[in-house]
Design a binder for this molecule. Structure first.
Ligand SMILES: Nc1ncnc2c1ncn2[C@@H]1O[C@H](COP(=O)(O)OP(=O)(O)OP(=O)(O)O)[C@@H](O)[C@H]1O
Ligand SMILES: [Mg+2]
Length: 259
């Protein structure tokens, strides 16, 4: 199962990515969680001991040069567009609580997409993770879907767009939905997060008519308390964890697998 998570900044993408990773692992699956947000904090959210020490793949200059034949930042020169990456999940991931984590780092941007060695390596890696692995892969992305393209879209079992009860994050759902459809990705589900009362849920259902809802996660102060205390968020709220288990069940139903 390959799951990608997008949505407006701050809506709870990383919390959902972390909790889904935990739920799949607890259910006996092998999981690779991918932090594909350049300002990501998936490692901290999962409770990794020294998240600040993890070096993103995009900053591993020696690796980038070894695999592509050119140092990072060298646009326009000769380098391999299809570098070898199949060993990277084993050799360049971190593991904690049974969850493998890879931190991608920042894609270089340029007019019409930047052809530079680090982007080639990251793109090859995402393609390999989505098309060439048996594990459950959970991709925590930004407010867009920059890491996905036509070739990888068909491998995504579900693009989950997270939204809060609010106009701006709902607008982002429509924007991401359009970007996804443009690359042929049709398997889209919405998760409503930070739900405080029934009105919040009704607002989302009426604002997003026609979307499939995978679940609604309650707002819980316990998450913020854990955040302020720099504790892992994955064990902070039983109410939230229960709801994420329902979302997990909904995802299994989609893929036709049984729990
Ligand atoms: N259901 C919830 N109840 C209470 N607080 C929450 C809930 N979901 C998320 N939060 C808090 O909201 C903030 C944003 O959550 P998170 O980092 O998961 O969002 P994000 O979409 O990944 O953000 P970013 O775009 O910055 O990566 C965090 O401080 C988190 O602790
Ligand atoms: Mg995040």
């Amino acid at each position: 199962m390959k799951i990608a998570i997008s949505g407006k900044g701050g809506v709870g993408k990383t919390l959902l990515a972390a909790l889904l990773s935990k739920t799949f692992v607890e259910s006996g699956y092998s999981v690779i969680a991918i932090d594909a947000d350049p300002d990501g904090n998936l490692a901290a959210t999962l409770g990794f001991p020294h998240p600040e020490k993890i070096i993103p793949i995009s900053e591993m200059s020696a690796l980038i040069e070894e695999r592509t034949g050119a140092p990072p930042g060298k646009a326009g020169g000769y380098f391999k567009l299809n570098p070898r990456v199949d060993d990277l999940p084993e050799n360049y991931s971190q593991e904690y609580s049974g969850i493998k984590l890879m931190v991608m780092g920042r894609l270089k941007r340029g007019g019409g997409g930047c052809y530079c060695p680090e982007n080639a390596l990251l793109q090859a890696l995402v393609t390999h993770l989505l098309l060439g692995r048996d594990e459950v892969v959970i991709l925590d992305m930004e407010a867009g879907i920059e890491h996905l393209g036509r070739a990888t879209a068909k491998a995504v079992d579900k693009l989950i767009i997270v939204t809060e009860p609010g106009r701006r994050s709902v607008d982002t759902v429509y924007r991401v939905d359009k970007l996804a459809k443009d690359i042929g990705l049709q398997n889209i589900g919405v998760v409503g997060n930070k739900i405080r009362d029934p009105k919040d849920k009704e607002f989302l259902i009426s604002s997003l008519a026609g979307f499939e809802f995978l679940g609604f996660i309650p707002y819980d102060q316990a998450i913020l308390d854990a955040d302020l205390a720099s504790r892992s968020l994955v064990n902070a709220s039983q109410r939230i964890n229960n709801e994420v288990r329902n979302i997990y069940q909904a995802l299994l139903a989609v893929s036709g697998t049984t729990a």
